[in-house]
Design a protein around this ligand. Structure first.
Ligand code: HEC
Length: 255
């Protein structure tokens, strides 16, 4: 009996020590991932997207994180625990650290203090991109990622016309009071000729999450993916705007 057990037990131990070693070898602070929408971006060791905050102070005499207190609930700083290890494609020379006001040590890249976004759940999530116009993904070169890859979403003419007519109804009942029935703007900004609408990755999160402090209500619990795709398509393609459709799938991926 004892002998029969001995072999599997030894094998188990071997396996455990092997996996432990493999995991150890993979414990990077920073890695590079290929984002479908944004190209190469920095991630933490587990592949979760990292962000920089444009309101941080970054300069030759050292950087200061201005995301403190409540801000860190949404944007947990990437803390250095042990050796800084750069994965493939990461420029080790750009890695650094700063001390935060609470005494913890935060990882920096090209001087930028790095954060995760609390609502990103899985590797590949980029829900924090451009939030508040202040948080951005960061490239392996150490610069904020501003451009989204040009994507051509194809929808057939029937879907496009359904999006437009549905979007027009939602717009007049839900949005026109603040944005003007001709998109001319009232309490909210004008949509006619508004180039900010060119970016799906800006428009859709804005409609989903709003900007409550500035008077823009969130619609995530009010409108479905299809309805948000419709109203986004409508405002992007009315009053001589020609920014192309937004699909239900795109909204669902950003929700
Ligand atoms: C109660 C008023 C109000 C309503 C209703 C409203 N908005 Fe807004 N919206 C605003 C305000 C105010 C802003 C500006 C927010 C800011 O300054 O960041 C805004 C900003 C936006 C922006 C960003 C525009 C830009 O130039 O940055 C989009 C897109 C938008 N709203 C879409 C919608 C859609 C779609 C609806 C309807 C489903 C809607 N809004 C309903 C008040 C409103």
């Amino acid at each position: 009996m004892g002998r029969r057990l001995a072999v599997p037990a030894v094998l188990m131990l071997l396996l455990i020590s092997l996996t432990a070693r493999l995991e150890g070898a993979d414990r990077y602070v920073l890695k590079v991932a290929e984002s479908e929408r944004f190209g190469p971006i920095l991630t933490d060791g587990e592949g979760r997207s990292l962000y920089i905050y444009t309101n941080d102070t970054v300069g030759p005499s050292g950087s200061v994180s201005n995301c403190t207190g409540a801000c860190t609930r949404n944007w947990p700083p990437l803390l250095a625990d042990g050796e800084l290890k750069a994965g493939e494609g990461v420029d080790a020379g750009l890695l650094g650290t700063i001390e935060r006001e609470d005494g913890t040590t935060q990882v920096t890249y090209n001087g930028w203090p790095l954060y995760r976004f609390a609502r990103d759940r899985n590797p590949g999530d980029v829900r924090g991109q451009r939030l508040g116009g202040a948080f951005f993904l960061i490239s392996p070169e150490g610069t904020p990622v501003e451009e989204e890859r040009q994507r051509v979403v194809e929808v057939d003419p029937a879907t496009l016309s359904a999006l437009m007519s549905n979007g027009e109804q939602i717009f007049s009942s839900r949005c026109a009071a603040c944005h003007g029935n001709r998109g001319q703007g009232l309490v909210g900004p004008a949509f006619a000729g508004n180039s900010a609408l060119a970016r799906t990755d800006y428009v859709v999160p804005m409609i989903l999450n709003g900007f409550v402090e500035h008077g823009m209500p969130p619609w995530r619990d009010v409108l479905s993916d299809w309805e948000i795709a419709s109203v986004a398509t409508f405002i992007r393609n009315s009053w001589s705007n020609e920014f192309g459709p937004v699909t239900e799938e795109e909204v669902s991926a950003m929700r």
